[in-house]
Ligand binder design. Structure first.
Ligand code: CA
Ligand code: CA
Length: 122
């Protein structure tokens, strides 16, 4: 392939990449990288923390006690979406510990129901 043809091929690739990603070009996929528990919601035993986006669970339940600080992997969230933190109380109704619009990389505090968690998003 001549160098001119290589350039044309690269341009064609660029155009097709844009064509399959309309409107979402600015939406960045972020990840939950860390969760710290400053205060638990449950008085006895560990909290069972899980995360939801758009009504779907994006992080299955992980146990936290006060002072725990855990690395999280494989939990993606699109920038601009609302992250909901819940605490499982099966068979009772689960508790809602807060919801935050994820506007970019940073830390988000979840403080509802007497709990206090910091979620790091990167
Ligand atoms: Ca609870
Ligand atoms: Ca619980």
């Amino acid at each position: 392939m001549s160098s001119a043809r290589k350039v044309l091929a690269a341009v064609a690739l660029g155009v097709s990449a844009l064509a399959v990603a309309p409107l979402t070009a600015n939406a960045q996929t972020l990840h939950v990288t860390h969760i710290t528990c400053h205060e638990q919601e449950d008085n006895t035993g560990a909290d069972d923390i899980y995360l939801q986006v758009d009504g779907g669970t994006v992080m299955e339940s992980i146990q936290f006690v006060k002072g725990d600080s855990k690395d999280i992997s494989g939990v993606g969230i699109e920038q601009g979406k609302v992250l909901v933190m819940r605490e499982g109380d099966f068979p009772d109704e689960d508790d809602n510990l807060g919801q935050k619009a994820i506007t970019g990389p940073g830390t988000y505090e979840f403080t509802d129901d007497g709990a206090h968690y910091t979620v790091t998003v990167g």
